[in-house]
Design a protein around this ligand. Structure first.
Ligand code: SF4
Length: 399
């Protein structure tokens, strides 16, 4: 498995696979053909169907500037393509083509360049499943966050601190922002309203719900507005992990050091899904994005409260199990409806899953590895109408 630092990417929303990935791909291509005086980019599959709403065209034009760029949205099917998010880049000098490259945006801002394995990430973890990691940790008597520390570079904690600071400032900025999000759906930012209602005299549970949801709305709305976010594991699902961690830090007084260890454990959960299944909505639906984010958040909470490896696994497993089949059907291709609310619902569910793991882990029947494989097979069985093409579900029925 690759470094968890590749899972947590800091960048601009609204979509890791549709803006961050294409932006990286275009920058790489431009570096390869700096002499070009014009480019053409052909977007296929989900990139073509939702690329407008997700601002893919703007991302590649910006990355290839100042040369003129023709962006083509190829509305043909995905048959024969190596991935649901495929792009072809062409470089020109005058009318003469001087180079081309096929690049896939495979989720979470990660790209694969066809025929160029040198761009593939280095694998620094020997273990490839939760079962293998658990066996290793039990044998050495260490926690999962210790296992991460053993395998990563020494700048791990500095990097995770940067991630945590960015997550908190994303929430902070989202809580002070107001107005209507761009895109034409007339979606009003609600984080500030929720946050300002946090002292209304209701039950503790309602207050907790409102505050966590305010944080989740804040980060999601920042993402939808093109703000700086951390993929956890993607931009669309960026708010689940930070909202529960910020809430718990404030409620229980956890140190930043403890939060970073929770992020390390969550990073392993996300990387396991990325390695053995997918974190791409275009490949496996929203279960791969929000489902993974929910598993990461629940595992992070279990780490924070120093629960055992079995309980961490249960928290991550139960979070994903009840997201199975979750479709990706963003209205107008915008990362707004259902994405923003969905982050807050998933944050509450992560707390629920973590609570269950506290007293039910010894009765569980399903392993985390099993649920990840199930999620992948379910995603592959889904019609592409429900995999980030905006051709089914809410995107089709909403008027
Ligand atoms: S519905 Fe889920 S997977 Fe699809 S864009 Fe929104 S958050 Fe991402």
């Amino acid at each position: 498995m690759e470094s968890i630092k590749r899972l947590y990417k800091i960048g601009r929303g609204p979509s890791s696979s549709h803006t961050m990935g294409p932006d990286r791909a275009a920058s790489l291509f431009r570096a390869e053909y700096p002499q070009a005086d014009g480019y053409r980019v052909v977007l296929y599959g989900s990139l073509s169907q939702t690329g407008k709403g997700h601002k893919t065209d703007e991302a590649v034009i910006r990355a290839l500037a100042p040369a003129p760029v023709e962006v083509v949205f190829d509305k043909g099917g995905t048959e024969g393509l190596p991935h649901e998010n495929t792009m072809d880049f062409f470089a020109f000098q005058g009318s003469r083509e001087i180079g081309r490259s096929r690049i896939m945006s495979v989720g979470g801002g990660e790209i694969v360049v066809e025929g160029k394995p040198q761009y593939a990430p280095e694998h620094i973890y020997r273990e490839k499943s939760f079962a293998e990691i658990a066996e290793y940790c039990y044998a050495k008597g260490i926690r999962i966050s210790d296992y991460v520390e053993e395998n990563e570079d020494e700048d791990l904690w500095d990097y995770l601190m940067e991630v945590w600071v960015t997550m908190k400032s994303c929430i902070g900025e989202g809580l002070t922002a107001a107005g209507i999000l761009d895109g034409g759906l007339n979606v009003e930012r609600k984080a500030r309203v929720l946050f300002n209602q946090r002292h209304i005299d209701e039950s503790d549970t309602t207050r907790e719900n409102r505050l966590i949801c305010a944080y989740a709305f804040a980060a999601s709305e920042q993402n939808a507005g093109g703000g700086i976010v951390v993929t956890a594991p993607t931009c669309g699902a960026c708010a689940v992990v930070p909202s529960v961690l910020k809430y718990m830090q404030e409620k229980k007084g956890f140190s930043d050091r403890q939060i970073l260890r929770a992020l390390a454990t969550a990073g392993i959960i996300g990387t396991l899904v990325k390695t053995n299944a997918s974190i791409s909505g275009a490949e496996c639906g929203c279960q791969a994005e929000i489902g993974t984010a929910c598993s990461m958040a629940a595992a992070a909470l279990a780490e924070l409260f120093e629960m055992g490896i079995d309980q961490i696994e249960y928290a991550a497993e139960v979070s994903m199990e009840h997201m199975l089949g979750l479709t990706c059907d963003p209205i107008c291709g915008l990362v707004q409806i259902p994405c923003i609310e969905r982050n807050s619902v998933a944050a509450m569910r992560a707390i629920n899953a973590f609570s269950l793991a506290n007293f039910l882990s010894n009765t569980r029947k399903i392993s985390f590895d099993t649920v990840v494989e199930t999620m992948y097979r379910t995603g592959k069985d889904m019609s592409d109408r429900y995999r980030e093409t905006s051709r089914g579900g809410l995107a089709e029925i909403y008027r």
